[in-house]
Design a protein around this ligand. Structure first.
Ligand code: PMP
Length: 360
């Protein structure tokens, strides 16, 4: 068996030791004689799995006691709706920062449900940077400020945490667990699992407890954060296997990697290696302002677009998978999530150098 290098933006690479452990435990979870997939979510075995996953996540991110961790489904996209539904019960206008495709989708959903105020946008620059804090203009009745920390398609990330007088709500789907995070700066953080957390099907929400119980009356109970908080995220059948695998990923981060600081050091090195190779060549380029370059998603284009398909075909033959850019922007994109090893990045950079020598 050969595991190839996977640069997919999501569902993304999972750590090999996590998959090996899941394989070992697949048929008989620790002597219980069942697969985790076959267990009741109300069994003591699964409750222990669920509780340990939450406890490990809390330790990794140093989540303060006044925050609740919710294990939901529906992806980050469902949270685009949950955010206004859960935070507007007391009135006010949703405020948003626009930095590209994912923040744009969140804005569209808020507009659909409640209307929104655009507090700042980097559209004028072509989304190659993020609005600075002093450019953020909240509406007088702002209920919250939403932003997307890492634009997965654009390859654009905030280099600071917005400092505003209303609850900060952040889509961290593609950057959570990649670098240390001060949870106390936020009202709500949410993330789809299929990048740095585990397999698709699970969505994490971290919410400050004073923000619970402010849902609009029409909010369906399955979209109501308080209902999840009051029922240990088991209002209905949760995605049990994805929850279990997320727990294995958290243990891997703690025990094999050594925590989030250690992970961040590796992530910074991986990104520096790839951006360094791009910047050192006239053959490859990345448009993002250096301070806002994403550590997780690195889009790049070839000087000669006619070579795109040859690049992708040869990369695949060399064991480097999923380097095609998002269909809306074209070019290439290498996602360097936590489970993508330094060895994978070195192999990519070596391939890029070789490709340039042969085609440049
Ligand atoms: N936000 C960001 C930043 C994303 O990268 C994605 C998915 N790539 C989403 C939201 C949507 O996530 P989901 O598919 O889990 O709904």
């Amino acid at each position: 068996m050969t595991r190839r290098y996977n640069f997919c933006a999501g569902p993304a690479a999972l750590p090999t030791p996590v998959l090996e452990r899941a394989r070992e435990e697949m048929l008989d979870y620790r002597g219980h004689g069942l697969s985790v997939m076959e267990m009741s979510h109300r069994s003591p075995e699964f409750e222990a799995i669920a509780g340990a996953a939450e406890a490990n996540l809390r330790t990794l991110l140093q989540i303060p006691d006044n925050y609740r961790v919710l294990f939901m489904q529906g992806g980050a996209t469902m949270q685009f709706a949950c955010v206004p539904l859960n935070l507007l019960g007391g009135g006010g206008t949703p405020n948003y920062l626009d930095t590209g495709i994912w923040s744009g989708k969140a804005i569209k959903e808020a507009d659909h449900l409640a209307g929104s105020h655009l507090a700042a946008t980097s559209r004028a620059s072509g989304y190659v940077d993020v609005p600075r804090n002093d450019a953020i203009a909240l509406s007088a009745d702002a209920a919250y400020l939403h932003y997307c920390h890492n634009e997965t398609i654009g390859g654009l990330a905030y280099d600071y945490t917005p400092d505003v007088a209303v609850p900060l709500v952040c889509d961290m789907s593609s950057s959570i667990l990649s670098t240390p995070l001060d949870v106390s700066r936020y009202g709500v953080i949410y993330a789809g699992a299929q990048k740095n957390i585990g397999p698709a099907g699970l969505t994490l929400v971290i919410v400050r407890d004073d923000l619970l119980g402010q849902a609009l009356p029409r909010t369906p109970s399955l979209l109501d954060w308080k209902v999840y908080a009051d029922n240990a995220s088991m209002i209905n059948t949760p995605p049990t296997y994805a929850w279990y695998l997320a727990g294995l990923v958290f243990e891997w981060l703690r025990d094999d990697v050594g925590g989030i600081e250690a992970m961040a050091t590796i992530n910074r090195r991986k990104a520096a290696t790839l951006y360094g190779a791009i910047d050192a060549s006239d053959f490859y380029s990345n448009p993002i302002a250096p301070v806002n370059r994403s550590l997780m998603n690195v889009p790049f284009v070839l000087a000669d677009e006619a070579l795109n398909n040859t690049f992708l075909d040869e990369a695949e033959a060399a064991g480097l998978l999923n380097l095609k850019g998002h269909r809306s922007v074209g070019g290439m994109r290498a996602s360097l999530y936590n489970a993508v090893t330094e060895q994978a990045v070195d192999a990519l950079v070596a391939f890029m150098g070789d490709f340039e020598r042969r085609h440049g």
